[in-house]
Ligand binder design. Structure first.
Ligand code: KIV
Ligand code: ZN
Length: 515
């Protein structure tokens, strides 16, 4: 029996720190449900002190999830710790994760604190968190650029104060694998009470080394890895859960430990996160990319047909590819629809919600022959928005586009329940539609990203559109799906505009001054 490697998923916290990836409470609950089904050990659900909405989301996850520990992040200050403790209180197993930076540059420039003050604050925070729970994790932020002697002292003191997990973050993704592995080994060897805590790692991907650094740390003795679905996260992201888990599982000849994860939930989780955040997965992404198990060359195909292992080191079905292809169609009933969504981790709270989603499904099935899981995910994501209090709703869209003529769009929106119509011309039908919407909304934001991808294959596939808008330093993403990509574009734009209206400013845990 190999040792257990704990998986700490931070998609809902660090993942949410990706520009534009913020999620609603219900979206977080949906993702957390899939993570729980995957048997992730710890779900970091958010930073409760960021805003009332973040607090509510962590609390909702803590209320719903039973099989995983639910964690809330807190800076090393009493108010944050208290807020995190309140938020995770309903959980069957809750954890408080508190952190303070220990690198010279962060202490000097960001915290404006002396190292001894930081050490004292770390101890105080861990003790404070222990007043609420036995399950406390401590992180010396930017450990990857901290001085080893000081780091050893902080880690020793945090364990003595009651931290059961010590997480070593490479906050800015600066380390390389041999260096990071050696850091973990030295910490475990030099800190006298290191046997009283689980050593964890949290690597960022600025140099594309987050997974490699995490794996090297596991070889060096770390027994918890912090990671995110699809590698979502601040800047270039975090170590991706699917790559860590499958590397450890596939190379049991190298790793002295394994996770308890049900890996068949990986692809459904990846799709759900992508659909909710609007961050699409690149086709050549390991494990979850559309091409990860596709064989283009004839020689490879021939080899795989003769013996799969010639070119495949993992089985697609083990990460949830084939199990997930069940198709629904026009004649599928309400029960089949509800059952498939349940299998995808989506439960309707009321019959009314189910009925309304089912009506949309029927509409889609009229336009599109076969409905795949990806279509269902997109449909439910939009369904959630329908129920959200939205200021802008699309009523009608009429687009005229023909060779030799300037495209023109006529849009009618409901704005706080009142219908308004605008007409605009543009360089293409999407441009004209966005201009017409902007005429009504007068948002003045900057469109930073517009991307279209097909949800499934075939010309009857739904197009999924993601837009990103920036206004006054706030960035939001919107996405929409439809068999008509101009309508999908309008939906995604309106979703982003609604988010700009509704999302309050939130504190960022790492950029704000804690003391
Ligand atoms: O990257 C980081 O250092 C973090 C900490 C809050 C753990 O996200
Ligand atoms: Zn991080």
């Amino acid at each position: 029996m190999s040792e257990q490697l704990f998986i700490f998923d931070t998609t809902l916290r660090d993942g949410e720190q990706s520009p534009g990836a913020s999620m609603t409470r219900d979206e977080k609950v949906r993702i957390a449900t899939v993570l729980e089904r995957m048997r992730v050990d710890v779900i970091e659900a958010g930073f409760p002190a960021a805003s009332p909405g973040d607090y509510e989301a962590v609390r909702a996850v803590a209320t719903v999830v039973k099989g995983s520990t639910v964690c809330g992040l807190a800076r090393a200050v009493d108010a944050d710790i208290e807020r995190a403790a309140e938020a995770v209180k309903p959980a069957q197993s809750g954890r408080i994760h508190t952190f303070i930076a220990t690198s010279p540059i962060h202490m000097r420039e960001k915290l404006r604190m002396q190292p001894e003050e930081v050490l004292k604050q770390a101890v105080r925070a861990v003790k404070q968190a222990r007043r609420y729970t036995d399950n406390v994790e401590f992180s010396p932020e930017d450990a990857g650029r901290s001085e080893l002697d000081f780091l050893c002292r902080v880690v020793e003191a945090a364990i003595k104060a009651g931290a059961g997990t010590v997480n070593i973050p490479d906050t800015v993704g600066y380390n390389v694998p041999s260096q990071f592995g050696s850091l973990i080994r030295q910490l475990i060897d030099r800190v006298p009470n290191s046997d009283q805590a689980v050593f964890s790692v949290h690597c960022h991907n600025d140099l594309g080394l987050a997974v490699a650094n995490s794996l090297e740390a596991v070889i060096s003795g770390a027994r918890q890895v912090e990671c995110t679905i699809n590698g979502l996260g601040e800047r270039a992201g975090n170590a991706s859960l699917e790559e860590i888990v499958m590397a450890v599982r596939t190379r049991q000849d190298i790793f002295p430990c394994d996770t308890q994860l049900d890996t068949t939930q990986i692809v459904p989780a990846s799709r759900l996160v992508s659909s909710i955040t609007g961050f699409s997965v690149q086709p050549n992404k390991a494990v979850v990319g559309a091409n990860a198990f596709a064989h283009e060359s004839g020689i490879h195909q021939d080899g795989v047909i003769k013996k799969r292992e010639t070119y495949e080191i993992m089985r697609a079905e083990d990460v949830g590819w084939s199990a997930n292809r069940m198709v629904l169609g026009k004649h599928s009933g309400r029960n089949a629809f509800r059952t498939r969504l349940k299998e995808l981790g989506i439960d309707f709270k009321t019959e009314e919600e189910l009925n309304s989603a089912f009506a949309r499904f029927k509409e889609l099935a009229d336009k599109k022959h076969e409905i795949f899981d990806e279509d269902l995910q997109a449909l439910v994501t939009e369904e959630g928005l329908e129920h959200a209090a939205e200021r802008f709703k699309m009523v009608t869209l009429h687009v005229c586009s023909q060779t030799g003529e300037t495209p023109k769009a006529t849009v009618t929106l409901s704005v706080n329940g009142e219908e308004e119509t605008a007409v605009a011309e543009g360089s293409g039908p999407v441009d004209a539609t966005f201009k017409a919407i902007e005429r009504i909304v007068q948002c003045g934001g900057q469109l930073q990203l517009y991307s279209v991808s097909n949800i499934t294959s075939g010309t009857d596939a739904q197009g999924e559109v993601t837009v990103r808008i920036e206004k006054g330093g706030r960035i939001v993403n919107g996405h929409g799906a439809d068999t008509d990509i101009v309508i999908a574009s309008a939906k995604s734009y309106i979703m982003a505009l609604n988010k700009l209206e509704s999302q309050a400013l939130r504190q960022h845990p790492q950029y704000s001054q804690p003391i």
